[in-house]
Design a binder for this molecule. Structure first.
Ligand code: ATP
Length: 234
């Protein structure tokens, strides 16, 4: 479904991505793990067209996305849940969700997707008139996920959805990730919580300083001694 070929990206003089090649197959949850600053967020931002690759290619469903603007990438079926939620604090919960559908005009289907988000997160329905900024961290994460789903993505990019959440909420978020995937949305998941990420993923990639250093089935990565000591705290 998605293929990155030797993607490089820079922030000025900083060479953040140094030849990333990866693949996500339809229906999978693929996770990208690695330490702070490894380039995980930059990889997602490059797929979304927010950070422009300096070389390499990004192919989604046989179409070259490498030079498309972000809004065109969203229209092709990729949306992102950004790190730190980035909800609109002064807009209501409902308006935040509607913003997720801003590239769409199919009112009936938008309505259906809103119902689907409210089914997934009944709490957002109860709070739909409340400003987004008054929600707790966990609720804002649900709103950020809901907003991304309002674009009706076939591929959902998730950046650290469990960051800063209490353990019980982390469990909830990972259950939601599996549920979204079961409803036929493919997921590329960036996580520092490698343990949980590898538990739900089919495949995983390990990043270090702008490069992929290891890739395998998630189960095999979990059993890998290096991964266990570097990322699973053993
Ligand atoms: P984290 O978990 O901390 O988000 P990460 O693996 O997602 O880490 P990136 O945020 O992609 O890593 O960062 C990769 C490299 O790019 C780092 O060296 C980082 O300092 C640098 N970088 C990221 N964003 C910017 C920016 N806006 N301007 C300059 N350098 C940046």
């Amino acid at each position: 479904m998605l293929r990155l070929h030797e993607v490089h990206a820079h922030y000025g003089a900083i060479h953040a991505l140094r030849g990333i090649s990866l693949e996500v197959k339809e229906g999978q949850i693929v996770t990208l793990i690695g330490a702070n600053g490894a380039g995980k967020s930059s990889t997602l931002m490059t797929i979304s067209g927010i950070l422009r690759p300096t070389s390499g290619r990004i192919i989604f469903e046989d179409e070259d996305l490498t030079h498309l603007p972000s809004h065109a990438i969203v229209r092709r079926g990729i949306s992102q849940v950004p790190e730190g939620r980035r909800i609109f604090p002064t807009l209501s919960v409902l308006e935040n969700l509607e913003m997720g559908a801003y590239t769409r005009t199919d009112a009936t289907q938008i309505r259906q997707d809103l119902d689907r988000v409210f089914q997934l997160f009944p709490l957002l329905k109860d709070r739909r008139s409340q400003p987004g900024g008054t929600l707790s961290g966990g609720e804002q994460q649900m709103l950020a996920i809901g907003r991304a789903l309002m674009a009706r993505p076939r591929l959902l990019l998730m950046d650290e959805p469990s960051l800063g959440l209490a353990p019980k909420l982390v469990e909830t978020i990972f259950q939601v990730i599996q549920e979204i995937n079961a409803q036929s949305t493919t997921i590329l998941l960036v996580e520092q919580n490698a343990h949980m990420a590898l538990r739900v993923a089919t495949r995983g990639y390990v990043m270090e300083v702008g490069r992929i250093v290891l890739e395998d089935e998630a189960e095999k990565l979990m059993a890998n001694g290096e991964v266990r000591s570097a990322y699973l705290g053993e």
